[in-house]
Design a protein around this ligand. Structure first.
Ligand SMILES: Cc1cc2nc3c(=O)[nH]c(=O)nc-3n(C[C@H](O)[C@H](O)[C@H](O)COP(=O)(O)OP(=O)(O)OC[C@H]3O[C@@H](n4cnc5c(N)ncnc54)[C@H](O)[C@@H]3O)c2cc1C
Length: 565
């Protein structure tokens, strides 16, 4: 077991982790980034449509207040309003930081261009064609390299370590290239491991989005918030089966794409005639789901998304990646033929409960959490373009606060016994007879899609929880061998995914109303009398306990959303 020391350990190198590392370095801390993927290969790289910032370049009526209002109204008032306001206020400067590091955003004249996105009152999404995340990650990686920030790739962090006082003292990981263990001692830890879309059978997320951060934070004693709020993006690919769920960016609707059912009807006029295709994501996803359920979908179980009326030149310029994606996977030319689309699991609005200003976990001193792993900003429905904004605003805040915390304390002691117990847990499947982890992951994904998907109910969730319990209790066997043993990684991810799935289902049971992405067929209406609370889950002696707390409302009083009858 190698032992490595640093002031600030950053776990995850997506937009949030990379930005946190840069800021902690800027603040004078000795920083180490550790990631289970290669440098630059984070989920953020897949982000397509853009990043929201109220620059008011395209519409002078846009403002920070409008961005804040859109975020909270479309989050159906479940957001932490302090965080939503920080997001709106600080993203413009974070976009200019990115420019300062070398990112090249698309422009209109001399100014950064902006496009409309769903649920927003003004066009405020800054973009780089349909490859915004790629440009951001390449830029952040370059900046981190320029600063000589140390980077350990292909190390899977499996446990957060705490000292005797309960403060963070580091983390434990498996270097899966060599099959050896690493004990990181750190004065502060930033957790930025992204989301958990992979718990669902159909998802836009990459393989690594297995919710590790939620699981390891929960095991360390952190509270999770609003885990029932899982966003289903309205438009994922339907065909071929191997491409099912791959994202079809909202930028297509932002650029004028229309949704049609099998009869050629522009059906959004029946659901939200004001905002049509640019209604909030949860409304569009449910509208598509309803069209398909009620027999107005296509034979393959989707609806059409048509942008052909915009002409080849415009589509090639604004959506080149989508043109290639459909050409490559489905052999479809989207400049001439409508796309087939259906909802896909996309984003976790819930996550670790943090302090809105510093991103420190409310339960564990020295643990800072940002990006998709943290809860609070998006409430019950994330606006397209706000996740990338979150990575930059709260990545910077977490990095700054972590450095401040680290530079004010000595190196804490970690108990090596904790590491040894973790090794025993990790190595158990080498000795066991049982099922292969990949088969159990497949079963879990089916269960989550069917029982905790777009439409939920008490009966479905109860049954689903039972099924997850059965999967969890199965003994697991993996092939022996330490170097690059990907089945071993599957086992570790399976354990994280089942814990996260349980938290999602129990939170979904606890929210006895429908709000944003969380829709209950047995409680189909939003109910502010009981629903203006954040649902909290914690792990105690292996069991998840539930609790709720009133939402932080600082400015905006709840009103009805357009399209929410
Ligand atoms: C296809 C797609 C398109 C999107 N488009 C947009 C868009 O246009 N605009 C927008 O605002 N949002 C978009 N999103 C959402 C947005 O990309 C994500 O929410 C955001 O990038 C998450 O960033 P992050 O830094 O929190 O996590 P990630 O980018 O997911 O990074 C997580 C990091 O943690 C590492 N990690 C995870 N577990 C471990 C572990 N156990 N040990 C060590 N390392 C670990 C991973 O390897 C990775 O480096 C899109 C999402 C998808 C899937």
């Amino acid at each position: 077991m190698d032992t490595i020391e640093c002031d600030v350990l950053v776990i995850g190198s997506g937009g949030a982790g990379a930005r946190a590392a840069i800021e902690a370095n800027e603040s004078g801390a000795n920083v180490l980034i550790v990631s289970k993927t290669l440098e630059g290969k984070a989920h953020t790289v897949m982000a397509e449509g853009g990043i929201n910032a109220a620059l008011a370049h395209r519409d002078p009526n846009d403002s920070i207040e409008e961005h804040f209002r859109d975020t909270v109204e479309e989050g159906v008032f479940l957001n932490d309003q302090i965080m939503a306001e920080l997001l709106a206020r600080e993203t413009p400067d974070r976009v200019y930081d990115l420019e300062g590091y070398g990112a090249v955003f698309d422009r209109i004249g001399e100014r950064i261009a902006q496009r409309p996105f769903g649920g927003q009152s003004h066009p405020r999404t800054c973009y780089v064609g349909d490859s915004t995340g790629h440009e951001m990650i390449m830029t952040l990686v370059e900046e981190a390299r320029r600063r000589c920030i140390a980077y350990h790739s292909e190390v899977f962090v499996t446990k957060l370590l705490k000292d005797r006082s309960g403060s963070i003292c580091g983390a434990f990981g498996l270097d899966f290239r060599t099959g050896t263990y690493k004990l990181y001692r750190a004065k502060a830890v930033v957790l930025a491991t992204g989301g958990a879309g992979r718990v669902f059978k159909v998802t836009s997320n990459p393989h690594e989005a297995s919710g590790d951060g939620y699981a390891i934070a929960m095991r360390a004693g952190a509270t999770l918030q609003d885990m029932e709020q899982t966003q289903f993006h309205p438009t994922g690919m339907v065909y071929p089966a191997s491409a099912r769920g791959i994202l079809v960016t909202e930028a297509i609707r932002g650029e004028g794409g229309v949704l049609l059912n099998k009869d050629g009807e522009r059906f959004m006029s029946r659901y939200n005639p004001d905002q049509m295709e640019l209604s909030p994501r949860d409304q569009v996803a449910r509208a598509i789901y309803t069209e398909i359920q009620e027999g107005r979908g296509t034979e393959m179980g989707g609806v059409y998304l048509d942008i052909t009326h915009k002409g080849k030149e415009h589509i090639m310029e604004k959506l080149p990646r989508m043109v290639k994606q459909f050409e490559k996977f489905a052999n479809v030319d989207i400049t001439e033929t409508p796309m087939l689309v259906a909802p896909t699991a996309h984003h976790f609005m819930g996550g670790v409960k943090v302090d809105p200003y510093t991103c420190e976990s409310q339960d564990i001193s020295g643990l800072f959490v940002c990006g998709e792993t943290a809860a609070g900003v998006h409430g019950a429905n994330r606006l397209g373009g706000n996740a990338l904004a979150e990575t930059q605003v709260f990545g910077k805040r977490a990095g700054e606060a972590a450095a401040r915390h680290a530079l004010g304390r000595g190196m804490p002691e970690c108990d090596e016994e904790d590491a040894r117990r973790e090794i025993e847990r990790l190595e158990a499947p080498f000795e066991s007879d049982g099922e292969r982890p990949q088969a159990l992951i497949g079963r879990l994904q089916e269960v989550m899609w069917k029982h905790a998907g777009i439409v939920r109910s008490e009966a479905l969730l109860e049954e689903g929880l039972k099924a997850v319990g059965e999967i969890e209790s199965q003994p697991v066997r993996v092939v022996k061998g330490r170097r690059f043993n990907l089945e071993w990684i599957d086992f570790i991810e399976l354990r994280n995914m089942t814990l996260v799935s349980r938290a999602v289902m129990m939170s979904a049971l606890a929210r006895r109303e429908s709000r944003g992405a969380h829709f209950r067929s047995d409680h189909p209406k939003r109910n502010d009398a009981i629903g203006l609370v954040n649902i909290m889950s914690r792990l105690k002696d292996g069991e998840i306990t539930m609790d709720s707390r009133p939402v932080t409302i600082t400015k905006l009083k709840p009103v009805l959303r357009r399209g929410d009858a």
